[in-house]
Write a protein of this length. Structure first.
Length: 279
């Protein structure tokens, strides 16, 4: 496996590939778990060569968020990628990605979809995601790139960006990988204390149950959502949002005439969990 530690190294490696080789890409922020390896496995079936990137993107963290604490586990990550059959890993420096610093960097903004849910709670987050992903797609030039369905809003935002900016990359959405108790895999799960970890699966279970009940009750979405929030709050979660929204445009779903998902974000102690369930 090639480890490409600079922009020049990445570009040189990319230029060495034959035009006929189909390139698959899995962008990550490292601290890899089975959900990331699933991105690689899915993309491997659709490409001749798989590239991953590891870059903890400062632009997508708010000033009060966990950029410094975010787990950096490069050696373990490289071993997992090697074992998964990844051909090359791009590990750029912050200067490679933001030569004039984050605040002086050209930004990519996707309107509309970023106004709600995590976009409302984490101002600037999606601007950071779309800026870095557009750069990575421009550097790696993959035919197909994989993103996890756990971050469903991120997937929708990236799909719109790719369409709007005419980026020639297919976006593959990979189903959420869960622990045996249902908790969606996330690099942030490692922040949970022993007691919080024991409670955390209630979050995914509540989203699942809420989705089932919304499907059954049809129009009574508001009541079911309010009950879901109450269950989480009573158990000790601080709910950021629990909402039923249409998956194509993230508009509020008061009826179920289009595909709908229950989107949730909640704090358990200082750890922010997010998840979603299609109704
Ligand atoms: O989902 C993530 O890990 C990140 O948001 C991404 C897509 C790698 C961009 O930094």
């Amino acid at each position: 496996m090639e480890i490409l530690r600079s922009l020049d190294a990445m570009r040189e490696w990319r230029a060495s590939l034959a035009p006929s080789q189909r390139v698959g890409f899995a962008p990550t922020m490292g601290n890899l778990h089975a959900g990331h390896i699933e991105l690689i496995n899915v993309i491997k079936q659709q490409s001749d060569v798989v590239v991953a990137s590891i870059f903890v993107n400062p632009m997508q963290f708010g000033g009060n968020e966990d950029l410094d604490a975010y787990p950096r586990t490069l050696e373990a990550d490289l071993a997992k990628l090697e074992a998964s059959g990844t051909a090359a890993v791009f590990t750029p420096t912050t200067t490679d990605i933001y030569p004039d610093g984050v605040s002086q960097h050209t930004a990519v903004d996707v309107p509309g979809l970023t106004d709600v849910l995590c976009g409302a709670s984490r101002p600037g987050h999606f601007r950071g995601v779309t800026t870095v992903v557009s750069k990575l797609l421009g550097i790696v030039r993959p035919h197909v790139a994989a993103f996890g369905a756990k971050d469903l809003q991120q997937v929708l935002v990236i799909k719109k960006m790719v369409r709007d900016l005419s980026i020639n990359t297919e976006i593959e959405v990979v189903p959420t990988v869960r622990e045996s108790d249902g908790l969606a895999m996330s690099s942030r799960n490692g922040y949970l204390s022993h007691d919080e970890r024991a409670l955390a699966p209630l979050f995914s279970r509540t989203l699942e149950e809420t989705a089932k009940r919304v499907a059954e009750s049809g129009s009574d979405v508001k009541t079911v959502i309010a009950e879901g929030k109450a269950i989480l709050t009573e158990a000790g979660f601080v709910v950021d949002y629990l909402e039923a929204r249409h998956t194509h445009d993230l508009s509020e779903a008061s009826s179920l005439n289009q595909e709908t998902a229950i989107f949730g974000a909640a704090f358990l102690g200082t750890t922010r969990l997010i998840d979603n369930r299609i109704v």
